[in-house]
Design a protein around this ligand. Structure first.
Ligand SMILES: Nc1ncnc2c1ncn2[C@@H]1O[C@H](COP(=O)(O)OP(=O)(O)O)[C@@H](O)[C@H]1O
Ligand SMILES: [Mg+2]
Length: 504
């Protein structure tokens, strides 16, 4: 018997030791909320003694109340009712604590006591706070980035788009919109190719990829040129866990580059025309004098009676060709702007009609239909009408030549108030201008027509005249269906006048 008692004492002793060794302050409470005892850590932490708590009610000791708490809120009542642990977290003087209430059962599985422990979770809470802060920060960095960022899981399901990406791709809506999978962000087959390149060690390194220019497709089917960098995200063990891509919209950059290239080309063209203009003016003057001599002496010879008929015929050819040269010299002088312009305020539609009247009876236009598609608005420009006639006639004759005398020429005029431009389009149904000739057609003496029939000066003269008017000429479209030339004039705007105050 005494041996049994010894064992029991031993057992009780060890249980007490274990209870006292617990690092959490713990207190034993009976179902009627009476405090039965606590471990050493409890007395130390709360600076209480056994005598101060034994037999006291928990609400009296800890809450300074005479009556128990509402059973709906009382953790002890919950443990008794549910026969299982219950815990809650509270902040206590800058410390975060988890209060854990666990049941102690008797042989009949009834709750006889409740052990309540206090666990200090301040450090865990602080780490949790830091983690939350880091997450928030990363999220803010991603969402405030000027680049579009998209992340997807291993299967390619999109799980993140920052605001720039949402705007660029459209209709993502957290996966509830049209866009759900990375394959939808590219032209067919492209997503797979990108994944293949991402995993290729020789393309930007394993798991990394930089494509300076590629095409993406947004939810509206619009193709957008972008610069793209992509990466595979690996977990701690080196397994692929996600992918991400950063896109920069290149549309504005491409537009600026195009405009710059056009401006450079236009500048180069104007410079070329200006130097050629000076050169032509010099050559024209130099040729003019000897040519006048040739014409004069040839005419004198032709009038002589002692010359036989066959020589007269030859002299006729000399005169004809010399006259032709004179015409060319005259054209060169016009091209080199050696004659000044007389500008007036004119109606573009009237000038076009006038020019057409000048040529309409020519044999060349017999089988050509001319359509006048004129704007009803006033199309006032500041121009020299005779020079504009020259421009028009040149362009219309070229159009007729390109159609071998059969087809339709459409002349359209229109006004663009927003840009202050008045335009004239000359569209033909001719054979078009081969791409390689486009940069040469405004050059003097460039012609594809039969030698001796054409001088190749027409468009270069037109170019010079158009420049004199502060206007622009360019080929809007050309292919096997025909060519459209556009001449753009600045709209004439009357300067504001001071109102006339006198009625008389
Ligand atoms: N409407 C057009 N359609 C096709 N080619 C054209 C057209 N206008 C001009 N061209 C091309 O531009 C060249 C230069 O024209 P231009 O300077 O007027 O000289 P020319 O008419 O004497 O050949 C033409 O020979 C032709 O090849
Ligand atoms: Mg011509």
């Amino acid at each position: 018997m005494s041996k049994d008692l010894d064992i029991l004492a031993d057992e009780t002793y060890w249980r007490m030791r274990i209870f006292d060794s617990l690092s959490y302050p713990s207190v034993i409470i009976s179902p009627d909320k009476t405090l039965m005892g606590a471990n050493k850590k409890f007395y130390e932490t709360l600076n209480l003694s056994f005598k101060e708590i034994f037999g006291k009610k928990c609400y009296d000791t800890f809450l300074d109340k005479n009556t128990p708490c509402n059973s709906n809120r009382c953790a002890i009542s919950k443990v008794i009712k549910n026969k299982k642990s219950h815990s809650f977290i509270l902040k206590h003087h800058y410390r975060w604590e988890e209060r854990v209430f666990s049941p102690i059962f008797d042989e009949n599985n009834e709750v006889v006591y409740i052990i309540a422990s206090i666990r200090d979770i301040t450090r865990t809470k602080s780490l949790e706070g830091q983690l939350h802060g880091v997450k928030e920060f990363i999220s803010r960095v991603i969402h405030s980035s000027a680049s579009a960022i998209v992340a997807a899981d291993r299967q390619g399901n999109i799980n993140l788009m920052n605001s720039v990406a949402k705007e660029m791709f459209g209709d993502y809506n957290g996966g509830k919109g049209k866009l759900k999978h990375t394959e939808q962000l590219y032209p067919p087959g492209k997503a797979k190719e990108i994944m293949r390149m991402l995993r290729d060690e020789n393309v930007g390194g394993m798991g990394k990829l930089l494509i300076p220019r590629t095409t993406i497709v947004n939810a509206h089917g619009e193709k957008i040129e972008v610069e793209m960098s992509a990466a595979i995200i690996y977990d701690d063990k080196g397994n692929e866990s996600a992918t991400m891509a950063i896109y920069n919209d290149l549309r504005d950059k491409i537009k600026v580059e195009k405009e710059l290239k056009m401006t450079q080309e236009q500048l180069a063209q104007s410079e070329k025309m200006a130097s050629l203009g000076q050169l032509s003016a010099g050559v024209a003057h130099e040729i003019n004098n000897p040519l006048t001599g040739v014409l004069f002496y040839a005419s004198l010879l032709l009038e002589r009676s002692d010359i036989d008929e066959s020589m007269k015929e030859d002299l006729g050819y000399i005169l004809e060709d010399a006259n032709r040269c004179k015409e060319i010299v005259k054209s060169l002088l016009v091209y080199s702007r050696s004659t000044g312009a007389k500008k007036n305020i004119v109606q573009l539609n009237d000038i076009v009609k006038q020019s057409l009247n000048l040529i309409r009876d020519q044999q060349k236009f017999r089988n050509i239909k001319i359509i006048k598609d004129f704007s009803d608005e006033m199309m006032l420009i500041h121009a020299d009408s005779s020079k504009l006639n020259q421009v028009l006639i040149n362009l219309v004759i070229n159009a007729a030549d390109a159609m071998d005398g059969v087809g339709t020429i459409t002349l359209t005029t229109y006004k663009e108030k927003s840009t202050g431009k008045i335009s004239l389009e000359i569209k033909d149904t001719g054979k078009g201008i081969p791409h390689e000739n486009l940069s040469k057609i405004f050059d003097p003496f460039f012609t594809t027509k039969e030698v001796g029939k054409s001088t190749g000066l027409g468009l270069s003269i037109v170019y010079g005249l158009i420049e004199e008017h502060g206007s622009k000429i360019f080929v809007k479209k050309t292919d096997s269906q025909g060519t459209t030339f556009v001449v753009e004039f600045p709209m004439y705007v009357a300067s504001e006048k001071i109102p006339f105050l006198c009625n008389s």
